[in-house]
Design a protein around this ligand. Structure first.
Ligand code: AMP
Length: 282
C-alpha cells in the first residue's frame, strides 16, 4: 500500500491509474477505522480495480462546539487496517494541504440539508459536500463507497452527484453493528461503561419501530412515541427521532404503503452524540 499526503501526487497517481484503464474506487473516512469502514473498503474492492482510502478529519464539517480537537486519531493502526482490508493507496493530507488560508469556495446542497442532522448541526453538510467534492477531484474515482450509518449524508451526496453531473457511481453500504446492536462509530470510544450498555437502546428502538410497522402501525406519531419511551428509559437525551421519505427527506404523518422510509435518530449519552437509522419499505 502506498501512502500519499499531497494533492499533486494523488492526482498524478489517479491519472496514471485511469491511463492504465483501471477503475478507481474511493472510500472517504475520518480515520480511527473500525469494521464499518473496513466493510466499505471490501465493497470497493469488489467494484473497482484500485482502491483509494482517504483519512482526513475535516474541520469544516464540525461546529465550533463540536469534537474536532478531540476526535480520535491513530494513523499507525489505521494504516495496518486499511492495508489488510484491501487499500492500494492511503491518502492522508494535512489540513493545510486541503484548505489554504484563502479558501473561499463551498458546495451546498439545499433543502435536503435543512432537516435532521442539518438542522441539529448547521454548516455540517456544507463541510461534507465541499470536502467530498475536493476528494472526488483529487482521487478521480469511478466508484465511491459511503455507509448507510450516515444515511442523510449518503442521500445528500447522491443528490449532489446527480445535480452537478459528477461522473461516478455511489454505493451505499449497510450499517455494521457490534454484537449487541450498537452501530459501529469512531465516537463510541467516548462512551463510559454505563453509557456503552445504555446505548444499545438506540438500535432496539429502531427494531421496535420496524416491528410496529410490520404489525400494521401507520401513524408516525405512535411509532415515534414508542421509540421515545424506550430510549428515555436510559440517561439518553434525544435530539430527534424522525420518520421521513428516504429520498426527499419529507416527514410523514401517516405511512403510505410502498413508501421507502428512513427512520432515524440522534441522541446524547453524556457529551457523546450518537446517530442510527434504518431504511424500510412499508
Ligand atoms: P467517518 O469516518 O465516520 O466519517 O465514516 C466514513 C464512512 O464510513 C462514511 O461513509 C460512514 O457512513 C461509514 N461508516 C461509519 N460507520 C459505519 C458503520 N458502522 N457501518 C457502515 N459504514 C459506516
Amino acid at each position: 500500500m502506498k501512502m500519499v499526503s499531497t494533492i499533486a501526487e494523488m492526482q498524478r497517481l489517479a491519472d496514471d491509474l485511469r491511463c492504465q484503464g483501471k477503475r478507481i474506487g474511493v472510500v472517504p473516512t475520518m480515520g480511527y477505522l473500525h469494521e464499518g469502514h473496513l466493510s466499505l473498503i471490501k465493497i470497493a474492492r469488489q467494484n473497482a480495480d484500485s482502491i483509494i482510502t482517504t483519512i482526513f478529519v475535516n474541520p469544516t464539517q464540525f461546529g465550533p462546539d463540536e469534537d474536532f480537537a478531540k476526535y480520535p486519531r491513530d494513523l499507525d493502526r489505521d494504516t495496518k487496517l486499511a492495508e489488510t482490508a484491501g487499500t492500494d493507496i492511503l491518502f492522508v493530507p494535512s489540513a493545510e494541504e486541503m484548505y489554504r488560508d484563502d479558501h473561499f469556495t463551498y458546495v451546498t446542497v439545499e433543502k435536503l440539508t435543512d432537516v435532521l442532522e442539518g438542522k441539529a448541526r448547521p454548516m455540517h453538510f456544507r463541510g461534507v459536500t465541499t470536502i467530498v467534492t475536493k476528494l472526488f477531484n483529487i482521487t478521480k474515482p469511478h466508484v465511491a463507497v459511503f455507509g448507510q450509518k450516515d444515511a442523510q449524508q449518503a442521500i445528500v451526496i447522491e443528490r449532489m452527484i446527480r445535480d452537478l453531473n459528477f461522473d461516478l457511481r455511489i454505493i451505499v453500504a449497510p450499517i455494521v453493528r457490534d454484537n449487541d446492536g450498537l452501530a459501529m462509530s469512531s465516537r463510541n470510544v467516548y462512551l463510559c461503561q454505563r453509557e456503552r450498555i445504555e446505548s444499545t437502546v438506540l438500535s432496539q428502538s429502531l427494531r421496535l419501530a420496524e416491528t410496529l410497522i410490520a404489525q400494521g402501525e401507520r401513524k408516525c406519531s405512535t411509532v415515534i412515541s414508542e421509540m421515545t419511551k424506550l430510549i428515555t428509559t436510559t440517561s439518553a437525551k434525544i435530539d430527534y427521532v424522525s420518520i421521513v421519505d428516504a429520498e426527499t427527506l419529507r416527514e410523514y404523518i401517516t405511512l403510505p404503503s410502498g413508501a421507502r422510509v428512513l427512520i432515524s435518530l440522534a441522541a446524547r449519552f453524556g457529551t457523546t452524540r450518537l446517530i442510527d437509522n434504518t431504511i424500510i419499505t412499508v
